[in-house]
Write a protein that binds this ligand. Structure first.
Ligand SMILES: Cc1ncc(COP(=O)(O)O)c(C=O)c1O
Length: 334
């Protein structure tokens, strides 16, 4: 696939590492688990949104925009990284922050909320959960225009076909790395939220003719709804790239047993997974996405979903700054 036809900014030097998780694999008694360290991507504290923003911010710059506007939850990694990209590009950034659970917004909270301030968001507007975010961003953009700015709106889920190119590129990167290392991977596991990462990976693997199955671990929706969402991302991205074939329906696989009691709310398996990764590999997961996705991987291992001889690659999509807003979930040690 020729992705060079799309303007792209580069925020990471070279590839992110693929590392073998030898101690975790030993503790679980196999399979052999590897990790793609997208938590080490560029921009502030890395994570999957960095890859998506490379294409989206390039588009904003191409259009001569000077102010990025986006939205997200109280601990949004997407908002942190959009703001970080704006800093790097000498753009301004304004954020709509959605208080999804009433009464939970705390302007002094740590984690990403602290970073919104440290990185110098030009404006932060906190709105109640369930509000029409698109309308709010449009209002914010109109306000910026009235001040003589040229705003660029990035949708909160950042799951457009353009942003999905980030994980199409990542699939190409992974196949090149595995070839160099001489490793054959049997399964990929990743978190599945807006579906941009999951759908982008599936599209990229299709485009490189690589049929590694990808298991998405849902962070906020039922299996049925999430598989539809991922399928929609794949369809739009395949069309955008003008790929002639499609990802077969049975290759779109999501698991919904690990996000309860709801989006961003802690559960015991997530806590176990975050602690296990910290204490076997010294790697930080986050409570909302990768902690739950890793909990899914661990449970699938225990249920015998993988063969002991398999090699499984986990995509670490970042998010660890949110850990510092969840101290009471992990401490004091019980
Ligand atoms: C750290 C982290 N991991 C995973 C995801 C989910 O990725 P996607 O929205 O591409 O499905 C997000 C989305 O916000 C995220 O911030």
């Amino acid at each position: 696939m020729d992705l060079t036809r799309f303007p792209r900014r580069r925020y990471t030097e070279g590839y992110t590492p693929i590392e073998k998780l030898a101690r975790l694999s030993a503790v679980l008694g196999g399979p052999e688990i590897y990790i793609k360290r997208d938590d080490l991507l560029g921009l502030t504290e890395g994570g999957n949104k960095t890859r998506k923003l490379e294409f989206v911010v390039a588009d904003a710059l191409d259009r001569g925009c000077d102010t990025l506007i986006t939205c997200g939850a109280l601990q949004s990694n997407h908002c942190r990284l959009t703001l970080s990209a704006a800093v790097k590009e000498e753009l301004k950034c304004r954020l709509i922050i959605e208080e999804r659970v009433p009464g939970t917004y705390n302007p002094g909270a740590s984690g990403n909320n602290f970073l919104f301030r440290l990185l110098g968001a030009e404006k932060i507007k906190v709105v109640p959960g369930g509000i029409d975010e698109v309308e709010e961003m449009q209002k914010m953009a109109a306000e910026a225009e009235s001040e003589g700015r040229k705003p660029y709106i990035i949708d909160g889920s950042n799951a457009s076909a353009l942003s999905a190119l980030g994980y199409v590129a990542c699939a190409e990167e992974i196949t090149a790395q595995l070839f160099e290392k001489g490793i054959h991977i049997d399964h990929i596991v990743c978190p599945s939220g807006s579906g941009g990462t999951h759908g982008g990976l599936l599209t990229g693997l299709l485009g490189t003719n690589t049929d590694i199955p990808v298991a998405g671990i849902n962070v906020r929706r039922s299996k049925e709804l999430q598989e539809e969402k991922v399928s929609d991302v794949v369809k739009r991205t395949v069309k955008f790239l003008d790929i002639k074939s499609d990802v077969p329906k049975d290759m779109i696989v999501c698991f919904d047993d690990y996000y309860g009691p709801g989006y961003s709310l802690p559960n015991d398996k997530m806590i176990e997974a975050v602690k296990l990764l910290a204490r076997t590999e010294g790697i930080l997961m986050d409570p909302v996405y990768t902690g739950k996705a890793m909990a899914g991987l661990i449970d699938l291992v225990r249920k015998g979903y993988f063969k002991k001889s398999d090699k499984v690659l986990f995509i670490h999509t970042g998010g660890s700054p949110a850990l510092y807003a969840y101290l009471e979930t992990f401490l004091p040690e019980k």
